[in-house]
Design a protein around this ligand. Structure first.
Ligand SMILES: [Zn+2]
Length: 223
């Protein structure tokens, strides 16, 4: 009897979690409805695909196992998801307006995948993120409301992803400037509500700028 109650309460919990995420999803879709990106999504997606493929091949991995999706969303954000997938919001591309700066962000997210942070984060944050992934698998990612955008990594994991990214950028784009423009812009506009989502899961730009600049200078590359 006890076992049955336990099972019922687990089922109820799953139901409540899913109703909650369905609500969050429609809220985000409402916000997205008023937003129209100025960038050409198809062209940008092609560009991002090429860069991402280059990164993945450079680290000796099979690019077919990885994917990167550009989604139309007013939040300046990017995140790594399960299944070696990265999501880039269109507002981030608009905000940066610079390929090298965007490439750094892509490299950083790839760092989270390669350092296995995504799975560790899910293990830490529990069942709900895993559940929502399976329940809303494709639609959530395509609507830019993948729950994993709120995965919060520790400062040390963020640093690991940063160091992974800066090494990759130094190797592939050594003499191309603009690598750290994302952080420069972020520290200028840290109060922008569009940045809230990103800032809620990432350490302050200033602290990251210091060690990243040091790594680029050490490699004799351009910041
Ligand atoms: Zn990160």
């Amino acid at each position: 009897m006890k076992a049955i109650f336990k099972r019922i309460s687990i089922l109820m919990l799953i139901l409540v979690i899913n109703i909650f995420f369905a609500g969050a999803s429609s809220l985000a879709n409402e916000q997205n409805a008023n937003y129209k990106t100025k960038i050409n999504l198809e062209l940008e997606q092609e560009k991002i695909d090429k860069v991402f493929q280059r990164f993945v091949e450079h680290i000796g991995k099979n690019h077919e196992k990885y994917s990167i999706n550009l989604v139309e969303s007013p939040q300046i954000n990017a995140y790594a998801s399960m299944g070696k997938r990265i999501v880039i919001n269109s507002a981030l591309v608009e905000f940066l307006n610079n390929d090298t700066a965007l490439n750094f962000v892509i490299a950083h997210e790839l760092g989270h995948i390669e350092e296995k942070h995504v799975w560790k984060g899910i293990a830490r944050q529990g069942l709900s993120s895993l559940l929502s992934y399976y329940v809303f698998k494709e639609s959530r990612v395509l609507h830019g409301v993948d729950r994993l955008h709120s995965l919060h990594y520790s400062r040390s994991k963020e640093k690991e992803a940063d160091l992974f990214a800066v090494e990759l950028m130094n190797e592939l784009y050594c003499k191309v400037p603009g690598k750290l423009q994302f952080f420069e812009k972020m520290s200028e506009q840290r109060k922008s509500p569009k940045l809230m989502e990103y800032l809620s899961t990432h350490p302050l730009a200033d602290t990251r700028l210091a060690y990243l600049e040091a790594e680029i200078t050490k490699a004799n590359c351009l910041i």
